[in-house]
Design a protein around this ligand. Structure first.
Ligand code: BTN
Length: 240
């Protein structure tokens, strides 16, 4: 059991809390809650909360990474592994780091740099037991929860188990390889789960077929003029 995994009954945002409380963590630590009042999403969006129906988790990493820009992709594999271990389910990854189950989003990830300039906070929101009305009211037709997909979720034990597992196995143990060698050792496993590959995608500035993910975590999109390496922004996948 990792001593640096902190539980808070309620917090505005685990990413914000982690950034303001870096001194509370060891080299690898985490904070989690099931009730977040001001959750933050990617691209300036918010991450909504249905109290005690989701897991809101942030890992704090204080290390020099050779490829910090690939951390979101590495983190998505850590979450896939934890969900497979706990529930025996196989998620897919929508580049760069959304996890899908049955083509619907169940996990979002937001990585941010801490105020000291070198700590990184990896925020992970997992939809565990939100009802359909929550996604309808929030205008999230592509969102779902594990419970809605027929996965038996136990809100009394699963949040703590997942928080501990992701911290110990997803980040702490795997980080030695990742900090030294970057994304390359994880690339094939990532590609096997990446739902974009082989499909038509649109991105900020173009459209084409996603054909590969490179060693630096960029999505390679091919059109009649050649290949574009997409490294940031929103990529939508036709049919999903
Ligand atoms: C996304 O927009 O897909 C990313 C969502 C990330 C949400 C998580 S919940 C835990 C952590 N704390 C936050 O405020 N955001 C992240």
């Amino acid at each position: 059991m990792n001593e640096s995994v902190i539980y808070l009954p309620e917090v505005d945002s685990t990413n914000l809390w982690a950034k303001h409380n870096l001194d509370k963590f060891g080299p690898i630590g985490a904070v989690y809650t099931t009730h977040q009042t001001a959750g933050r999403g990617r691209l300036g969006r918010s991450w909504l909360d249905a109290p005690h129906k989701g897991l809101y988790y942030t890992a704090v990493i204080r290390t020099d990474l050779v490829q910090p820009a690939t951390l979101p992709l590495f983190a998505s594999l850590a979450v896939c592994d934890a969900l497979r271990e706990r529930y025996r389910i196989d998620c897919q990854i929508k580049w760069p780091n959304d996890l899908l189950l049955n083509s619907k989003k169940i996990v979002g990830i937001l990585c941010e740099v801490g105020p000291d300039g070198h700590s990184i906070v990896v925020g992970i929101g997992i939809n565990l037991a939100q009802p359909q009305e929550y996604f309808d009211a929030a205008g999230l037709p592509h969102g779902t929860s594990l419970a809605l997909q027929g996965v038996p979720v136990d809100m009394d034990t699963d949040p703590e188990w997942l928080a501990q597992y992701m911290t110990d196995f997803g980040f702490d143990r795997a980080l030695y390889t990742y900090e030294a060698e970057g994304f390359a050792p994880y690339r094939e496993r990532y590609k096997a789960l990446c739902v974009n590959l082989g499909r038509r995608v649109t991105y900020d500035g173009g459209a084409g077929t996603a054909v590969d993910v490179d060693d630096e975590g960029r999505l390679i999109v091919r059109d009649e003029t050649g290949d574009t390496r997409v490294f940031t922004g929103e990529v939508s996948v036709k049919g999903i």
